[in-house]
Design a protein around this ligand. Structure first.
Ligand code: M6R
Length: 365
């Protein structure tokens, strides 16, 4: 039931503060992650993990891409991320002390399951799943499971599944990092940032009308670029996927530093450039990328931390977001991009909840 909402996608975007909270419930205290809440055997399975191999498709793959930044940064454990359909069809090397982590909303994606089954033959330390559907094949076939508490996701475009996957992945990362020297102080800092998330996502939802206004600029465009740096690069990828999936506008994501290495040639007044710019160490570098775009007449749509001090000017539209902790920023910054693509699709009159050619769950190759 869509209730008061026009589409399931919009309803699911608005459910995020609640379902993110539900995904944290029972898994964190005020200051700590409760490792045993991840599974009675979690402590044993996470000890001596020397490598994490993440496998997923689509939006879930983007969640894995964000997690890689977290895992290497906080746990200092090397992490590889690959789309399932690539992994399963190539010769791969899996070390025995690898944690094999599959991320899937449905738990029934054929390529992800095939990758897991194949990897089992090669041997690894443990199979872990981040999944939204209890009793799914993925859940049944994994040693360690963190269920996202997103509830049923009806819209084909994944929204609340993604942000709850990220929430679960951050909790998992802290648990893993604790086995690898994460200080209690740092843990408390991240857990405090987690507690702030539902409120911060609500603050972003309050910008809906402004984002709807912004969306008008995309209506008659055929192409767009999405830029981000660091853990915001996968956020840009996810933003681009949302836009192409439901509005059928060609959208490509680039790590901002790659701009000069090719895509800058595409930039002109017909190419809107969307950028996510939280106030982290990379923001100054990002600002110079923005100037490169501006100098070529490209119109910029910047989602930035209030504190980042990105100034609106002619051709530069700035949406100021609440100040957030760098670690949780990818979760918060996803939300305005979801709203942007939603409103563009509504304006274009596409079938938002059931985009052409797509299925909610890809259970065939
Ligand atoms: O159920 P899964 O998370 O395994 O599904 C993976 C992808 O098919 C899925 O995320 C797809 O990319 C979404 N439609 C994106 O919005």
């Amino acid at each position: 039931d869509k209730g008061e909402y026009r589409h399931f996608m919009l309803k699911e975007i608005y459910e995020q503060p609640r379902v993110i909270k539900a995904t944290m419930e029972g898994r964190i205290t005020k200051t700590r992650v409760l490792e045993q809440a991840l599974g009675t055997d979690a402590a044993n399975l996470l000890e001596n993990v020397r490598h994490v191999q993440i496998i997923a498709c689509g939006t879930s793959f983007h969640a894995g891409m964000v997690a890689r930044y977290w895992i290497e940064d906080l746990a200092g454990v090397p992490c590889s991320v690959e789309v399932a359909s690539e992994f399963r069809y190539r010769k791969h090397v899996i070390q025995p002390d690898t944690l094999f982590l599959c991320i899937s909303q449905s738990g029934e994606t054929a390529d992800t399951l095939a990758a897991l089954r194949q990897a089992k033959k090669a041997g690894f330390r443990a199979a872990m799943a981040i999944c939204n559907v209890p009793g799914s094949s993925l859940v049944r076939e994994s040693d360690l499971v963190i269920m996202t508490q997103a509830g049923p996701e009806i819209g084909v475009a994944s929204t609340k599944a993604f942000t709850t996957q990220l929430t679960a992945l951050l909790i998992f990362t802290v648990a893993l990092a604790r086995h690898n020297g994460l200080s209690e102080e740092k843990e408390a800092e991240i857990v405090a940032a987690l507690h702030q998330l539902p409120g911060q996502v609500s603050d972003v939802l309050a910008l809906d009308a402004e984002i709807e206004d912004m969306s008008k600029a995309f209506m008659d465009k055929n192409h767009s670029l999405f830029l981000g740096r660091g853990s915001q690069y996968p956020v840009a990828m996810e933003g681009a996927l949302k836009l192409k999936e439901i509005s059928y506008i060609h959208a490509e994501a680039y790590p901002a530093g790659e701009l000069k290495h090719g895509p800058l040639a595409l930039v002109d007044s017909e190419m809107p450039v969307v950028t996510v710019a939280p106030n982290n160490a990379l923001v100054e570098k990002l600002k110079s990328n923005l100037e490169e775009v501006r100098a070529r007449g490209g119109e910029l749509f910047v989602f930035a931390d209030r504190a980042a001090d990105v100034k609106p000017e002619d051709g530069v539209h700035v949406m100021q977001l609440p100040s957030v902790h760098e670690i949780t920023a990818p979760i918060v910054y996803t939300v305005p991009l979801q709203l942007l693509s939603y409103h563009v699709a509504v304006l274009k009159g596409t079938d938002v909840d059931q985009p052409r050619n797509l299925a909610k769950s890809v259970t065939v190759e």
